[in-house]
Design a protein around this ligand. Structure first.
Ligand code: G3P
Ligand code: CA
Length: 280
C-alpha cells in the first residue's frame, strides 16, 4: 500500500471516529420544560411502574425527567438499598425491616407484583446499580431515609459517590438536617438538599440563613411553603423543589411561587399537566 493510500485510510478512520464521537455527544435528550422548572421523578415515574424500581426509573427517563428521585436504606450486610419504607411489606411480597435482610435475601423478593401483575419478578435494586445504569443519563436526587437508624450511612454514600469524578448531576437529600450537615462536611463539592417536614409550620429568617449556609436546596411539600420562604431562600442563593399529592392545583401553585422544580410521580405533571415536551 502506497503512502498516499495509507494517509487516505487514516483520514477516513479518524473521520469515522470523530463522527461517532460527535454523534454520541450530540445525542438529543428529551426534557420537560415549564418556564425553567425541572422535573424530578418521585421514586421514578411511580405512577406508571412500581416505585423505586428499575422499571420506574427507566420510565422516568423515557418521560424526560431531569432527575430521578430515590430513597435509600442500609441492608444487614451494609448495602445501600433503594426502597422508600424501612420495611419491605408494602411494596414487596416479603415482610420485615430492610436492615434485617442481606442483599441476597432482598434480591429474592418480588418488588413489582403488588403494583401490577405485569411487573411481577421486578427486583429490588441497590444505589450502586442505579448509579451504574443512570449516572450520566440524567440527574439523581438521592434521599437518605432515617439516617439515625443506620449509623455510618453517610460515609457509605460518600464512599460510593467517591467513585464518580463529577458530582454535578447528583444531589443528596434528607429530612434529617444534621445528617445533611455531615454530608456537606464529608463531601463539600456535593450539593445537598433538606426536606422540610410538613409539621414545621414556617421557617424563620434566621433558620433559612443557617440552612442555606450548607444546603443548596430547601425542599417542601407544596402545601406547606409560602412565598416569603421561597423568596428568602432564593435571596440567599438557594433553590427550592416542591412535591405533593396528586392534585392539579399544586402545579399551578408551584408555578406561581417560582420554584426551581417539581418532584412528581408524573400522574398530574407533566403527563397530563400544562407541559411542553421539547427536544434540545
Ligand atoms: O423528595 C420528596 C419526597 O420524596 C419526600 O417524601 O415520603 O416521598 O420520601 P417521601
Ligand atoms: Ca423520597
Amino acid at each position: 500500500m502506497g503512502e498516499l493510500q495509507k494517509k487516505k485510510l487514516l483520514f477516513v478512520f479518524v473521520s469515522i471516529c470523530m463522527l461517532l464521537l460527535v454523534g454520541y455527544e450530540a445525542r438529543p435528550f428529551h426534557h420537560v420544560e415549564m418556564n425553567g422548572m425541572i422535573s424530578v421523578a418521585h421514586r421514578g415515574a411511580s405512577n406508571f411502574a412500581p416505585e423505586n424500581t428499575q422499571s420506574a426509573f427507566r420510565k422516568a427517563l423515557e418521560l424526560g425527567a431531569d432527575f430521578l428521585e430515590c430513597d435509600v436504606h442500609l441492608s444487614k450486610d451494609g448495602e445501600l438499598i433503594i426502597m422508600h419504607d424501612d420495611k419491605v411489606d408494602r411494596t414487596t411480597n416479603g415482610s420485615g425491616y430492610v436492615k434485617n435482610f442481606t442483599l441476597a435475601e432482598l434480591k429474592e423478593l418480588d418488588a413489582g407484583g403488588k403494583f401490577h401483575s405485569s411487573f411481577a419478578g421486578e427486583k429490588i435494586i441497590t444505589l450502586n446499580e442505579l448509579l451504574e445504569e443512570f449516572y450520566g443519563e440524567t440527574g439523581l436526587l438521592i434521599e437518605i431515609k432515617k439516617p439515625s437508624m443506620y449509623p455510618g450511612i453517610e460515609e457509605r454514600v460518600v464512599a460510593l459517590l467517591g467513585e464518580y469524578n463529577d458530582l454535578n448531576s447528583i444531589i443528596v437529600q434528607s429530612f434529617d438536617i444534621e445528617s445533611m450537615r455531615k454530608m456537606n462536611t464529608l463531601l463539600p463539592e456535593l450539593e445537598v438538599a433538606l426536606l422540610i417536614k410538613p409539621s414545621i409550620q414556617s421557617l424563620s429568617s434566621q433558620k433559612i440563613i443557617d440552612l442555606t449556609s450548607f444546603a443548596t436546596y430547601i425542599n417542601f411539600n407544596v402545601s406547606y411553603v409560602n412565598k416569603r420562604e421561597i423568596n428568602q431562600i432564593h435571596n440567599q442563593g438557594g433553590k427550592v423543589l416542591v412535591w405533593s399529592t396528586k392534585n392539579q392545583g399544586w402545579v399551578d401553585k408551584a408555578y406561581q411561587y417560582d420554584v426551581d422544580g417539581i418532584i412528581t410521580d408524573f400522574s398530574i405533571w407533566p403527563v397530563e399537566g400544562p407541559i411542553q415536551l421539547v427536544q434540545e
